[in-house]
Design a protein around this ligand. Structure first.
Ligand SMILES: Nc1ncnc2c1ncn2[C@@H]1O[C@H](COP(=O)(O)OP(=O)(O)O)[C@@H](O)[C@H]1O
Ligand SMILES: [Mg+2]
Length: 218
């Protein structure tokens, strides 16, 4: 089967240090991966490179078999890949406006934005917060709004950077429960985390960064 994403010879330096030195890396469609590795191992760096937020040297990258250059970051990858920060930044305005924002940028009609935003809010369990100022939400609510804001754009690949590391109790459980539904809808997910409950989700494949290399565990 054609890989969703295929990378060869990905290298990232910070000064003299080779932070990432990945020979070959392949991601399947509708699959979940956890990315572990010590603090500073380069997990965020790798996710940010895939999302076009940082540059890197890259021998080859292909999206669904289509070869492209990583620099300048291609529109096809921008449309396919979304990065969700550990502390998601909320824009000024309501929860509903935050979630619908990407569709507005893409030029969707108002009616389509309203319908998709309602559905996304219900999915994330934030319908009751729709008119609240997004900047005033709790950490768990912000994480769920950020997931809804990403999901509404139907990404092929979602990159979640420590999605639960600032959450506990039910806030954490609510986020964990959303992940399998993303896979069921055909998205792939990479979660940089050490959360045992995320690692234990069904069919999660394990990736580990160590000394800049990416190890794949079965
Ligand atoms: N802008 C930068 N300049 C220099 N070093 C950086 C920069 N950003 C990250 N690093 C270094 O790169 C390494 C990987 O960082 P990061 O990807 O944030 O690790 P992780 O997410 O696994 O904790 C760390 O050693 C970090 O200090
Ligand atoms: Mg990190």
């Amino acid at each position: 089967m054609t890989a969703l994403l295929q990378l060869r010879q990905l290298r990232k330096r910070h000064g003299p240090r080779l932070v990432l030195d990945i020979d070959n890396f392949s991601l399947a469609s509708a699959s979940a991966y956890v990315l572990t590795g010590a603090n500073g191992a380069g997990k965020s760096t790798l996710l940010r490179i895939l999302a076009g937020l940082e540059t890197a040297e890259c021998g080859e990258i292909a999206l669904l078999g289509q070869s492209m250059s990583l620099t300048p970051y291609p529109a096809a990858l921008r449309a396919a890949i979304i990065y969700v920060h550990q502390h998601p930044v909320m824009f000024a305005g309501s929860v509903a406006a935050n979630i619908g924002f990407g569709l507005k940028l893409r030029g969707n009609s108002r009616a389509s934005r309203v319908a998709h935003t309602l559905e996304a809010m219900a999915w994330a369990g934030v319908t009751h917060l729709r008119d609240n100022l997004a900047t005033t939400l709790s950490g768990g609510e912000k994480q769920r709004v950020a997931l809804a804001r990403a999901r509404i754009l139907k990404p092929r690949l979602l990159l979640l950077d420590e999605p639960t590391s600032n959450l506990d109790g039910s806030a954490r459980e609510q986020v964990i429960r959303l992940i399998p539904t993303l896979l069921a809808e055909g998205s792939s997910v990479i979660m940089a985390c050490h959360d045992r409950d995320l690692i234990a989700l069904p069919q999660v494949q394990r990736l580990k960064l160590r000394d800049g290399r990416l190890q794949v565990h079965e």
